[in-house]
Design a binder for this molecule. Structure first.
Ligand code: GLP
Length: 241
């Protein structure tokens, strides 16, 4: 694995954006795996800028998002559908038919998980996967204890995860208790992975994932076994390495 430590979050965004642009330039019909959360917002801003300057086109790209809350309508401000529109999709030329995000409102959630995994398989899995990192080492919504062999599945969110994400919900509204997430095995199929982490709150999770034993208690530790991972970290997130 490669570890890139840069001074600040904006340099993490720049570095990751350069890699995404290179991927899409070399292979215009790439499958990109997209993440949500505060961390990749800067990356998406850079991609929108590059698109507006004519440096990249996403017209032939397909995208697969990692996860979505169960029960939130796509238009809810905290849904990941809404997040992706707001931060990237509304401003670039991705074909809406090539955008894949789990449907958190599907009447049969387990069937939706199977459908999503099958769609991913048919697309040939992800060429370049963007990952953020939960404070407890989760990737996507794969909480500690998730089997490494898991495919897209339904999860009960850890209380700490619900707390960390509460800021994205309108005051007084409870974050959902469940989500759909690509599994660890689905994520590990990606040919190349970029993990982004910024800020001191991620330092322990980064150290456990990079230096600690490979264990289901730290989902991101599995990335030690992937042949092509780059960690893009700011100094605060890298402070315990
Ligand atoms: C959520 C998402 C993860 C993301 C994590 C960290 O739990 N499901 O994909 O990596 O938040 O978010 P943030 O970047 O806001 O710290």
């Amino acid at each position: 694995m490669q570890i890139r430590v840069v001074g600040e979050p904006s340099s993490v965004a720049d570095g990751a954006a350069r890699e995404v642009i290179r991927q899409v330039t070399e292979r215009p019909d790439s499958v990109l795996g997209l993440a949500t959360g505060a961390t990749p917002e800067g990356l998406y801003r850079e991609l929108v800028k590059a698109y507006r300057r004519g440096r990249v086109s996403f017209a032939r790209v397909s995208t697969f998002n990692l996860d979505e809350y169960v029960g939130l309508p796509a238009g809810h401000p905290a849904s990941y559908h809404h997040y992706m529109e707001r931060h990237l999709l509304a401003y670039v030329d991705v074909d809406p038919l090539h955008v894949h995000i789990p449907n958190g409102q599907a009447p049969d959630v387990d069937q939706e998980c199977r459908r999503y995994e099958e769609q991913l398989r048919r697309a040939g899995y992800v060429d370049l996967q963007i990952l953020g990192l939960g404070r407890n080492g989760h990737i996507g919504f794969n909480e500690p204890g998730t089997p490494f062999g898991s495919l897209t599945h339904r999860v009960a969110l850890a209380e700490t995860t619900r707390e960390a994400n509460r800021v994205h919900f309108p005051a007084g509204q409870e974050p959902p208790r469940e989500a759909i997430t690509m599994g660890i095995r689905s994520i590990m199929q990606a040919r190349r992975i970029l993990v982004l982490a910024t800020g001191e709150a991620k330092a322990e999770a980064v150290a456990a994932a990079v230096l600690g034993p490979v264990t289901e208690q730290v989902p991101a530790s599995i990335l030690q076994l992937h042949p092509s991972v780059t960690w893009w970290l700011d100094e605060a997130a890298a402070s315990l390495l």
